[in-house]
Design a protein around this ligand. Structure first.
Ligand SMILES: [Zn+2]
Length: 402
């Protein structure tokens, strides 16, 4: 089965939260079918890194919740998504409760999901939300903002300065593509499930089947919101660092450098030694997509590591209690930079680099024996990251990439 014939439909996933411009900013090229975006799955080979104790995890009783609630410090709760890995995303959220008010990190792919988060928040506290921090401008992290604006008229939205330009431009273009192609993606995934085949035309695994089912739910929710989309831009702008106070608690909102986007904010609680990383970290397969900066990514992750956090809350995936996974991501992003720079020094074109840059050992590291995760790695790391690094090199040289 030739995957390329699904290009028009599958670019939905690529365009949902990332721009997929070609080198001249035109529409996605046909070979970008592979730039699907996946997010976390239930567990990976790094599960040993995840040391949450049973008592830390409060599963909302009496109803089906789409996340687990994990208390990671006094007054600090991580809402960790349950959706399995697949083509669409919904991010973790963190609720930080102070004496008088509340800070929330990230909203969701649709208001429906954010209303669920808000209902959980109201079980934890009756204090108002004062700040919503959007870790970056990808839509799955911002669409639910309106729920907080409607519930708390004085709420302020915190984002990196580049969000002001990227969200109304690249973000709007992505959203248009997602809306146009969403119904087609749903039908395609349903058809593959019925046929018992994955998107590569091979026998579908349970892991892929669960992922596709989850996608259908997420896309449906997104499409149901689409007629009333309202994107809320940040009104508190971060360039490098701002510090918020909750009486005795300090909450630092830091920009450590470009990586997953040019807007990645890390929320760091120095006393509690918690870092909320947005999509700088995505588990179990990283997301180094079309709007990423692979040449800077490793250096940014080193700054994140230097914060010496004891708990890392990724954009997608479980709370991490050590830096093993972060170290693997540093090794991966370093390797991409070194290999792409070496290929460029040999004068290779992008197509040549796509063949010569060898990330197979990292595919094994992150995906293990999983066909589904391997598909994710190839489509969400290898292909888009090499292309993004290639573009970055040309920008560095001040030469328009060809
Ligand atoms: Zn993202």
């Amino acid at each position: 089965m030739n995957l390329k014939k699904f290009v028009p439909i599958l670019t939905i996933a690529a365009t949902a939260f990332f721009c997929v411009p070609d080198l001249k900013g035109n529409a996605p090229k046909s070979d970008r079918f592979d730039e699907l975006r996946l997010r976390r799955c239930e567990s990976g080979q790094f599960s040993r890194d995840i040391l949450a104790s049973e008592s830390d995890v409060i599963v909302a009783a009496g109803r089906m919740s789409s996340f687990t609630v994990e208390k990671i410090a006094d007054g600090v709760y991580a809402l960790v998504r349950k959706e399995p890995a697949s083509l669409w995303f919904n991010p973790n959220n963190v609720i930080i409760i102070g004496e008088k008010d509340v800070i929330v990190v990230d909203s969701n792919i649709s208001s429906e999901y954010t209303r669920e988060v808000l209902a959980e928040l109201k079980k934890l506290t009756n204090k108002p939300v004062k700040y919503v921090i959007n870790t970056h401008w990808h839509e799955d992290h911002v669409i639910g903002n309106r729920v907080y604006r409607d519930a708390f008229p004085d709420v302020q939205f915190i984002g990196h300065r580049s969000t002001l330009t990227d969200l109304p431009t690249t973000g709007a273009a992505n959203r248009k593509g997602s809306v146009e192609n969403g119904r087609g993606l749903i039908e395609l995934l349903k058809k593959q499930i019925e046929k018992g085949q994955d998107l590569a035309g091979q026998e579908i695994t349970e892991e892929a089947r669960a992922g596709y089912k989850s996608d259908i739910v997420l896309v449906s929710s997104y499409l149901s919101e689409s007629p009333k989309f309202e994107i809320i831009l940040p009104n508190v702008i971060v360039d490098d660092l701002i510090e918020l106070r909750q009486e005795t608690r300090r909450v630092e909102v830091r920009f450590l450098g470009k990586a997953h986007t040019a807007a990645d904010l890390v929320v760091y609680l120095p006393k509690e030694k918690i870092a909320i990383t947005g999509d700088l970290i995505v588990h179990p397969v990283p997301l180094i997509g079309s709007t990423s900066y692979p040449l800077e990514y490793g250096a940014t992750l080193r700054k994140l590591k230097a914060l010496d956090a004891r708990k890392l809350v990724p954009g997608h995936g479980p709370v991490l209690r050590n830096t093993a996974y972060l170290d693997h991501m540093i090794d991966l992003t370093d390797a991409i930079k070194i290999e792409v720079e070496a290929a460029a020094a040999r004068g290779e074109t992008l197509d040549q680099m796509r063949k010569s840059v060898d990330l197979e050992k990292f595919r094994k590291l992150f995906a293990g024996d999983s066909k589904h995760k391997s598909f994710v790695f190839r489509n969400y790391v290898t292909l888009p990251a090499v292309a993004a690094a290639y573009r970055g090199l040309h920008h560095q040289k001040g030469v328009e990439a060809k």
